[in-house]
Design a protein around this ligand. Structure first.
Ligand SMILES: Nc1ncnc2c1ncn2[C@@H]1O[C@H](COP(=O)(O)OP(=O)(O)OP(=O)(O)O)[C@@H](O)[C@H]1O
Length: 624
């Protein structure tokens, strides 16, 4: 179920009135985030097993040790009240005619001390090993998730804000950390302790044991009802957090636009609203969580009342000793503790299950683009490309391309022109198979691109996108991204060929200059030259270029034109072209209009036609 963001909470920040004195558009009409799916299923055992399968690799090596420590810790803990009862009944206040026995008391105290030391040692080792297992499981889960996300296709990312993807790899995985480091083992310890205590209580005096535990079924019924609500509340918290992260991510990426349009206040108001809603849902979930504690305490209190009332009666009738009553009281005290912890743990488990459902939901997402069974490896290509009646829809029923047919011979340069939204980028996205065509046929050297492996196809095609992405690292590393095994000399040769060498050597660290994320240290023109060097290094047979529209100075433009000539030599190329100089040199110009191919030919032929192309060129000149 996808719902739009609901905004009902009162926020201290208000939208500013517009200049005309009218209230600006309400915030809830300005930002719309799609919520992650609300996953509302009963406790999923299959998913639970799948999650715990991550422990399997470490089970044989570590778990026997952890279990041994756990058993040691539990036995020593359970033995102490029993020894206490022995001390009371045998050494401190024995039934007359026996007298207090100081020696026995000393021995029993020594044993208790020894047990405490063993308990401390066992717990220390247990915590250490469970932490090691927990960390390894989290590491494996995160690695698996990241590996899978990297394989997912464009359409997956089209649908989701980057922030919500981020949350699953960070927050959702982190929320499993507690479960794997302490939670799982604590549950086992508590269960073993509970069973142990019940058995001991029954052995000491079954009548008193039954009387004390009479309230347990009642507590069980109430808590089961609470659990469902708690589970939903925690899911809601996760969803709200995911929204905050999406907005945060967008706000940081778009901070320049926000500041340029002085929208900080509005942005803050929106964020504040989200923050408030998130806090409120956290409060709600946490309040429900807290309800567990008092529930146990009330039940425990009732149990204690029964214990002393009925216990006193049993002592008076000679069915129980004082020592056993004290031991009984201690065991009963220890009985509610694990139950309380198990209740809390159950909540922690619910939180973890909500997270794991979200993680597995991503892991189960099949990449829309994948190798079909029997896909062959595309041999080294010449670069003949054929599009036959290609139709493509990003969303069902809305055609972005409406039957494009196009024949390109190896080595030709193709310029794609047309109004904004006419389908230029869509064509180049299809060539690299970032999306699969809806109908028609797309072949390279006669191979249908859906019949070959994605890797063999993409490794022979280089794509230079409009928004050149510069990764954090050195300039050299960024060029090397084109071909990881390239030598330093090859990198510099590629940079020289596309005229990037000059500006690189003028940077403070030359090729070793560290560039920041998204390459803001570099100008648009420089970023483009760098991406040309990257593409040249990859030496592809087919080159796809989404030309940047940013206005750059004439000198850089000339450099880019020169660089392009080098880059395009001997390759089949597709270019989303905006500059007349680029278009004029193309072998074939494809003019698109609303997803249809309306004209094609070289510059001179198209100019004579008096059609869409001529109109575009003349419009460009009118602005000069
Ligand atoms: N990821 C997407 N999901 C849904 N629709 C999309 C997506 N990308 C593009 N479209 C739609 O497909 C159509 C063609 O878009 P395309 O990006 O190919 O245009 P373009 O010619 O490259 O435009 P521009 O010159 O502005 O970059 C447009 O109507 C656009 O709204």
């Amino acid at each position: 179920m996808n719902t739009n963001t609901q905004r009902t909470a009162k926020s201290p920040f208000k939208s500013r009135p517009s200049q005309e004195g009218q209230q600006s558009k309400p915030l809830n009409e300005r930002f719309v985030y799609q919520d992650d799916e609300v996953i509302d299923k009963p406790f999923n055992w299959a998913e639970f097993k799948r999650l715990f399968a991550y422990m399997k690799p470490y089970a044989r090596q570590m778990i026997p040790l952890v279990v041994l420590m756990m058993v040691l810790g539990t036995i020593t803990k359970l033995a102490v009240p029993f020894l206490t009862s022995m001390a009371i009944d045998g050494a401190i206040a024995p039934e007359p005619p026996a007298v207090p026995n100081a020696r026995l008391l000393l021995i029993l105290t020594g044993i208790v001390l020894l047990l405490y030391i063993i308990q401390w040692g066992a717990n220390t080792y247990r915590i250490k090993y469970t932490n090691i297992i927990g960390q390894r499981v989290i590491y494996d889960l995160r690695a698996d998730l990241f590996k899978h996300i990297q394989k997912l296709s464009f359409n997956f990312f089209d649908k989701r804000p980057a922030g919500s993807v981020l949350v699953r790899v960070t927050n959702d995985i982190n929320s499993l950390q507690d479960l794997f480091t302490n939670g799982a083992v604590n549950v086992l310890i508590d269960c073993v302790q509970l069973v142990g205590i019940v058995v001991i209580l029954l052995l000491i005096n079954w009548k008193l044991a039954v009387a004390v535990m009479i309230t347990v079924p009642l507590m069980f019924i109430i808590s089961t009802r609470l659990r469902v609500r708690i589970r939903r509340a925690w899911q809601d918290v996760r969803m709200k957090n995911s929204r905050i992260n999406s907005h945060l991510n967008e706000s940081i990426q778009g901070i320049r636009v926000t500041q340029a349009y002085t929208q900080e206040h509005e942005n803050m108001a929106f964020f504040d609203h989200m923050n408030f809603t998130s806090k409120r849902s956290w409060d709600k979930a946490s309040a429900m969580n807290q309800a567990f504690g008092p529930l146990i305490e009330i039940t425990g209190g009732l149990g204690t009342l029964v214990l002393f009332w009925f216990g006193a009666y049993l002592i008076q009738t000679g069915q129980l000793t004082i020592g056993y009553l004290v031991a009984f009281a201690t065991y009963v005290g220890n009985f509610w503790d694990p139950i309380n912890r198990l209740g809390q743990m159950y909540n922690q488990l619910l939180v973890a299950m909500a997270s794991s459902e979200r993680i597995f939901e991503f892991m189960d997402e099949k990449p829309a683009i994948s190798d079909k069974p029997g896909a062959v490896s595309l041999p080294p290509i010449r670069g003949d490309i054929e599009l036959e009646d290609v139709v493509f829809e990003y969303e069902k029923g809305r055609q972005a391309l409406k039957g494009i047919s196009l024949s390109v011979t190896a080595g030709q340069s193709i310029a794609l022109v047309g109004h904004t939204g006419s389908g230029k980028s869509t064509i180049i996205n299809l060539l690299s198979r970032f999306y699969d065509i809806t109908s028609g046929k797309l072949t390279i050297d006669g191979y249908d691109i859906r019949d070959v492996t994605v890797e063999s196809l993409r490794s022979q095609i280089s794509v230079v996108l409009q928004d050149t992405f510069i990764f954090s690292g050195t300039i050299r590393d960024n060029i090397r991204f084109g071909r990881l095994d390239a030598t330093d000399e090859e990198i510099e040769a590629a940079a020289k060929a596309v005229h990037a060498h000059e500006f690189i050597t003028h940077l403070p660290g030359g090729y070793e200059t560290e560039v920041e994320e998204r390459g803001t240290v570099l100008s648009m023109g420089q970023r483009q030259l760098l991406s040309f060097a990257r593409a040249l290094l990859a030496n592809p047979r087919v080159l796809i270029l989404d030309e940047a529209t940013a206005s750059i100075d004439t000198e850089t433009e000339l450099k880019i034109q020169d660089a392009l000539k080098v880059l395009l030599q001997g390759r089949t190329s597709f270019m989303v072209a905006h500059r007349l100089s680029t278009i004029r040199n193309a072998d074939n110009i494809i003019v698109l209009d609303h997803g249809e191919l309306v004209e094609s030919g070289n510059h001179d032929q198209l100019m004579k036609k008096q059609g869409v192309y001529r109109g575009l060129v003349e419009a460009q000149f009118r602005f000069l």
